[in-house]
Write a protein of this length. Structure first.
Length: 441
């Protein structure tokens, strides 16, 4: 089995407790990474802004990444469901695409009167050297709206770099509002309102009396985003994509941040209590303690009922960021399921430190895995289920193991206490489906 692991990849793979692995590097040439490109990373972060226009400056193929293959929901505008592309062809590559980009911006302004446009520079734009920044600057001057370039050629790094470019675009949007007067409440960073998860979290915060100033970027709008600099605290759910923005907002706007996670009973409860302790009154803290206790009690009998079906099973986890992997390991522990393989696309050294402290001696830990490695270790460790995203689903089914989609494509909430119910039911149904008895492994 070891023969399927490339020599240069070995330092990205560790075993069990106290293992340290290499991470936060570009993918190895010749190893087919499960990561998406820089542009896709940027689009993941910005697409949920519901009244923004997204112009993909590049060939039409780059624009195939649309709202319809993600699941962020809106309580207002649904403009973000549209995609716009300059559809660059050979002639534009030879003579330059700036005129086409200007025409695309003009057309959107004329037809839709937008407040906010993002322009994504894709690979070919990075190669031919269109001055996207200058085109955006001129459009901002001409129309008095925000037209923000997102420097995201696919070859300019890895998916994490795309997150950073998206955060820079948000910072550019917030720049004129940096010194607005402060207000009570938090910004939620790194939740994308998949299947309405942001609404669940906002309801929990409401229960404990903590106001939400702005959400970045799930169910956000131009007008809600620009209020973000007034908040007391940033709470960061998807640390992989948003820690950079949180740090910048701390430096430039004086807003401190804490990392939280609303996946699993334990993490959700701890997060709510920590938020109350960070900015709340004694009353908020008491409310948080009482609310989380009530919810934990409510779920206890439910989880006990399912535990007997799940105990002793083995799970493999391969997800985008470290925070989700950490929460999933804890959730599986609560269910009596052992995590035997765990990896992420963009985990950081501190994430892997926590991961290695939570797993058993023989658990395989991987950064930026390729399908051959996942196959090798899923088989070697005898995993019964793989939790991942759209790119991992076919791998699980080809190997004859159960699968749970924990990525942006899903249509049901997995966050918060209600998400625990959905997640447990899905894991149980998938793991204990009668179909697996007909599979020859
Ligand atoms: S790698 Fe380049 S060409 Fe491919 S989708 Fe990303 S930006 Fe477009």
């Amino acid at each position: 089995m070891e023969s399927t692991i490339l020599k240069e990849r070995k330092e990205f793979i560790g075993y069990g407790k106290a293992s340290t692995i290499k991470c936060e590097s570009d993918s190895l040439s010749g190893s087919v990474s499960q990561r998406a490109c820089v542009y896709c990373g940027a689009r993941v972060v910005l697409n949920p802004i519901t009244d923004a226009f997204h112009i993909v400056h590049g060939p039409i193929g780059c624009a195939s990444y649309t709202w319809d293959i993600r699941g962020s929901l809106s309580s207002g505008s649904d403009l973000y469901r549209n995609s716009f592309s300059t559809d660059l062809s050979e002639q534009d590559i030879v003579f330059g695409g700036e005129k086409k980009l200007t025409a695309a911006i003009d057309e959107i302004v004329e037809k839709h009167q937008p407040k906010l446009i993002f322009v994504y520079a894709t690979c070919i734009v990075g190669v031919i050297g269109d001055d996207v920044e200058a085109v955006c600057r001129l459009a901002e001057k001409k129309y008095g709206i925000r037209v923000i370039p997102v420097k995201s050629p696919g070859f300019s790094g890895n998916k994490s770099y795309g997150y950073k470019m998206a955060c820079n675009a948000i910072l550019a949007l917030l720049e004129p509002y940096k010194n607005i007067p402060g207000t009570q409440g938090v910004n939620i960073l790194g939740d994308f309102n998949l299947a309405g998860e942001m609404w669940l979290i906002k309801n929990y915060l409401k229960e404990i009396g903590i106001p939400v100033v702005s959400t970045i970027t799930g169910d956000a709008s131009h007008d809600s985003l620009v209020k973000a600099p007034s908040a007391q605290l940033n709470i960061v759910q998807c640390a992989g994509s948003m820690t950079y923005l949180a740090k910048k907002m701390e430096q430039e706007m004086g807003i401190p941040y804490i990392k939280i996670s609303f996946f699993g009973v334990e993490d959700t409860s701890q997060s709510l209590i920590r938020v109350a302790e960070a900015i709340g009154t004694e009353e908020n803290i008491q409310k948080a303690r009482q609310f989380t206790k009530n919810e934990t009690d409510r779920l206890k009998s439910f989880l006990d009922k399912y535990r007997k079906n799940l105990e002793g099973k083995k799970a493999a986890i391969y997800v985008g960021g470290g925070f989700k992997a950490i929460s999933l390991i804890r959730q599986f522990n609560e269910m009596g399921i052992e995590t035997v393989v765990v990896g992420t696309q963009t985990g950081k050294a501190e994430d892997y430190e926590i991961i290695s402290s939570l797993v058993g001696e023989n658990t395989v830990i991987l950064d930026d895995a390729n399908p051959a490695e996942l196959e090798t270790f899923i088989k070697e460790k005898g995993a019964d289920i793989l939790v991942g995203g759209v790119k991992e689903r076919p791998l699980a089914y080809k190997l004859g193991v159960a699968f749970c989609d924990h990525n942006h494509e899903r249509k049901h909430a997995l966050a918060g206490y209600d998400g625990v119910i959905n997640f447990t039911k899905e894991i149980n149904l998938s793991l204990n489906s009668p179909v697996w008895q007909y599979v020859n492994k």
